[in-house]
Each structure stands twice: as C-alpha cells, then as structure tokens.
Design a protein around this ligand. Sequence first.
Ligand SMILES: [Zn+2]
Length: 210
Amino acid sequence: MSENSCFYGSHVPQPITPAKAAAHFATITRHRLIVRKLCFECGLYRQGMLHDLSKYSPEEFLVGARYFSGSESPNNEERRVRGYSSSWLHHKGRNKHHYEYWLDYSVRMIPGGYRPVRMPGCYVAEMFCDRVAASKIYRGEKYRDSDPLRYYLGSTTARFLHPDTAALLEKLLRMLAEKGEETTCGYIRTHMHKHTLEQELHSCGLFCNG
Ligand SMILES: [Zn+2]
C-alpha cells in the first residue's frame, strides 16, 4: 500500500526547485530574525539563537522547499499530498516552544490518555515571541500589539494547554495588547529569567533557564 493511500493524501507532490528552496530559506530566516530580536529583548539569548533551527534540517527543509507557496505553511500542502506532515511531526518533537511538544500520557488523572504538561516559563515566553513574530509577518504594516491576543482568543489553542500555561500565555498577550512590547519583554526579562528563579519558583512557579 502506498503512503498516499495509507494516509488519505490526495494531491500530487511538486518538485523542489532552486527558486522555491531559496524562497523557503528566506522565509525561515526572516522569521528567525524577528523571533531572535524579541527573545533578546526578553533576555532569552540562547533560545533566541537556537529558535527553530531544526527547520534547516533535511527532514524539514526539503519538505518546506518542495511545498513552498508563499501564502501558507508548506506543511499544509504536505498534509494534502501525504495525509500528514512529516516536517511538522519532526519539528514539534524537537522544539520545546511548541505546546504540542508537551503532550504526554497521564498515569494518574486520565490513565492511558494524553494530557498537557505544564510548560516551563522560558518556553512559554519563547512561544509568546514566536506568536508575535508570526503576527508581524502576517499582518505587515497593519500589525498592532493587540493582534496576537486576538488571534489566540479566536483559536482553539487554549484547550490543548495546561491551565497554568494558558494563563501565563494569555497574561503575556494581554500585557502586550495593553502595555506594549517593551513593557512585556521587560516583564519577561525581570520576572521570568534565571536570576529570579528562586523567587518565581516560590511565588507562582514560573521559571526560566535563560
Ligand atoms: Zn517552531
């Protein structure tokens, strides 16, 4: 049985061309640069440097180059062709800023079932930066600090998050909408960074490894 029939893909895969590979490379790199700038503002230097690096791996890059369209994630077209996205599965399993990374089996509350694990604060902060960067690229000149919150509230994301993770992400997005990027990144830098680890662990349990 072929992979297509197995996973109910319906489209025919397109060839990889140098132009699509170059455009995909530029898209990834542009996104990474915006996330890096935001992460640095938040004091997350290591995460800012490493963010989404796996997108340059052959498993992810070649899929992105093959299905590049410029109007949506190449993973969606891979889903239409293969029935699932091998690139996304590779990505979410290696990048801790994705909440999908933090889904695990429960052996207590729901035996044998999946449940979201509480995300460390530093990865919630990186997820925040990722979402802001995505909104900036998507909205372009029209971007407003309220866009990432509006997008989050209009999505189904919260139901897949641990309640503490959802509360923290929403708090940061609300702060961004109401007080702006500088204040919010400053808050992350001072309240969720390594040197405040002790206090944070004792107060609200949010922590970050820098
Ligand atoms: Zn990512």
